[in-house]
Design a protein around this ligand. Sequence first.
Ligand code: FAD
Length: 374
Amino acid sequence: MSATGEPRVGGPGPREVDVVVIGAGQAGLSVGRLLSRTELSFVILDAEDGPGAGWRHTWDSLRLFSPAFWSSIPGIIMPGGRDYYPTRDEVIAYFKTYEERYKLPIERPVWVHAVRRHADDRLLVESDRGNWLAEHVVSATGSLRNPVIPDYPGRCQFEGVQIHSSEYRSPEPFRGQRVLVVGGGNSGAQIMAELSLVADATWVTRREPRYFPDDVDGRIIFEHATKRYQARAEGRDPESAVEDLLGDIVMLPPVKAARDRGDLVAVRPFACFTRDGVVWPDGREERIDAVIWCTGFRPALDHLCPLGVIEPDGRILTDGTRSIREPRLWLVGYGEWTGYASATLIGVGRTAKETVDGIVEERERGAARGSAGR
Ligand code: FAD
């Protein structure tokens, strides 16, 4: 860091900061807000053209399954209260306010393609807009840039439209068409709910969908995560502290309405694709215009390949949020493996705090070692 606390800006060489945060979603913003209360210099690099991160890539009518009051990140309460489910545009507006209120040093659009070990004991972050050198890197790149589509037999020969839920915007392009919606989670249920109004849609799920009771909202997921977090903090077995949630799908009003219309009937998967449709397990062939894959995401971690920290299952071994194989690397968001409910709006604050506290402690330990050595 420079004497003024500002990041040093090099000429053609890498820019230098204490911490580079990659990603300006709820995970990166929460870390940024907490870093801004320390002496550390930092920058947030984000691939998007504007605020909103992964939420910019969700469909137009999306509503959170968590009420506004349970959808805030550290510092600013999401407007709307306890009984209101914010829209995707409201989440994007909330992030914009957050960035502006805390004057977060975000650079965008910046695509980070690699993080490497550098000869001087720091990490080198390489991007399409130049390089940065940092003592710590926080990766908060989420999953929405890494959609998963399962490999069904004959998928490549199918000549109809195939899109992942991350590309779906509205039901209009499918009006009057025969469409398969594949996937039994919240995305599948919400897209099926609106598509079934305008298209001949069939919902394909591996097993019968599991609905939460009508009076249960997304809060239950956070309460569940909190019980496991507390159990772990008290040295108890987190899994024995909770019962199975027995549900996957939150009954938002449009989903309830679709179920009440009889439109949420799910069938088990087809056997294979043909050129213009699918074959069902009983041998019946059906012509299909389009398939919408609501089959989830994997963490977007390709930029970390040069560090050799990615395990065969696509995750990184961590102690809390810190990489075990590369201790200058921290992972925030992504899923339960970086902390209970860390891939949710309200849950990420806890792991963001652990991360920033960890970086500050590391820094203080380094300073103490430095002065003891003099
Ligand atoms: P993201 O929001 O994906 O942000 C990551 C950022 O990093 C993006 O801006 C991306 O462009 C950028 N990035 C990625 N790779 C690079 C790179 N190499 N270089 C530079 N930048 C990069 N959670 C709730 O709490 N309540 C809900 O109701 C809820 N509903 C959901 C509904 C849907 C359909 C989905 C998909 C998720 C929902 N979630 C909900 C879950 C969760 O809140 C999101 O997945 C959330 O977007 C994760 O935040 P993040 O900051 O980790 O990642």
